[in-house]
Design a protein around this ligand. Structure first.
Ligand SMILES: NC(=O)c1ccc[n+]([C@@H]2O[C@H](COP(=O)([O-])OP(=O)(O)OC[C@H]3O[C@@H](n4cnc5c(N)ncnc54)[C@H](OP(=O)(O)O)[C@@H]3O)[C@@H](O)[C@H]2O)c1
Length: 298
């Protein structure tokens, strides 16, 4: 695989403290990239930084802590990155996961699955876009899932599943919505003549990570995840497509695609329509505007 020179690249990865994100952070740092690892727990994130430094043999490993359930924290995180770093070449929106069997809201009043898997990557991307545009090869990589195909049953007028919640539907919907807004952003950038920033999504595969054993999951889901472990990928294998999209020259300039096993594959056609992209994007914008208007720190 021909690679961009990772040694000169600044790469921010969310959800680096566990599973796929952790494996990707180690691999990218070992390739010489300047990695900014995001976590929600300061102690865990600092510990990870120390481990990565030992493994990669350089000190270009920084940390950032934010609870991505909260858009105010996403905004603060983006402010910090914009102030502290001159360049940002790759943004990997990896943090995500399934929530509990009961619908729950964040303290900001948003359904948790959508807050973490959709609103956080949406807002972080929006707020870091100008910085990415300064890169000669800016890449936005959004970790979605094949669940967009098998579990999504979206109501585009009830994005936060107020009327009809289940763990699997909320997760499948959120991963579908992430693909839709990524495709839209990719097209909007092209329309605006911006060709140095690409946006792609991916399915990492079924990976035996914390994701499959979350405490909020039903015992049935836990049972299925336990018996599927022998057929699952390791976190390192799950990170392979992220690393490919972040570093390979083969995907330089490639945008608006959905990848699996480092190959572009088709998004489920069922809900894949420009009209749906617009509905999701408009909703995300409305949520972000309302946050920024009510943010006491702004
Ligand atoms: N595993 C799979 O089979 C699979 C399949 C398809 C897609 N995916 C997607 O792949 C991505 C990575 O998943 P994974 O399997 O590596 O899961 P994981 O082991 O559970 O890791 C998830 C990461 O997200 C972080 N995170 C969760 N909630 C957060 C919050 N509120 N604020 C900030 N960070 C938060 C976690 O932090 P902590 O370490 O503090 O918990 C962790 O670093 C997710 O987007 C997931 O949906 C996974």
């Amino acid at each position: 695989m021909s690679e961009t020179n990772p040694a000169r690249r600044v790469i921010l990865i969310t959800g680096a403290t566990s599973g796929i994100g952790r494996a990707a952070a180690f691999a990218l740092a070992k390739k010489g990239a300047h990695v900014i690892i995001h976590g929600r727990d300061e102690v865990k994130t600092d510990q990870l930084r120390r481990e990565i430094i030992v493994a990669c043999g350089h000190l270009q490993v920084d940390t950032i802590v934010a609870d991505l359930f909260l858009l105010t924290e996403v905004r603060k995180m983006a402010d910090h990155i914009n102030e502290r770093y001159k360049n940002l070449d790759v943004l990997i929106n990896n943090a995500g996961g399934l929530m509990g069997t009961e619908r729950e809201e964040t303290p900001e009043g948003h359904e948790k699955t959508v807050a973490l898997n959709l609103f956080a990557p949406f807002l972080l991307t929006e707020l870091l876009l100008e910085k990415l545009k300064k890169s000669n090869d800016g890449r936005i990589i959004n970790v979605s899932s094949v669940a967009h195909k098998h579990l999504a049953k979206p109501d585009f007028y009830d994005i936060e599943n107020k009327k009809n919640y289940s763990v699997s539907k909320a997760y499948g919907d959120a991963k579908l919505f992430l693909i839709l807004i990524s495709q839209k952003l990719s097209r909007d950038l092209r329309t605006a003549g911006i060709t140095n920033v690409t946006v792609n999504t991916l399915h990492p595969g079924l990976v035996a990570s914390n994701f499959l054993g979350g405490s909020g999951l039903s015992s049935w889901v836990k049972f299925i995840s336990k018996i599927s472990v022998p057929f699952s990928k390791t976190s390192a294998q799950g990170a392979a497509t992220i690393i490919y999209l972040a570093t390979s020259n083969e995907v330089r300039g490639v945008s608006g695609k959905y990848f699996d096993n480092s190959r572009p594959v088709k998004v489920s056609a069922r809900y894949n329509a420009v009209e749906n992209e617009n509905l999701v994007r408009d909703y995300c914008e409305k949520v972000a505007v309302s946050l920024l208007q009510n943010d006491p720190d702004k």
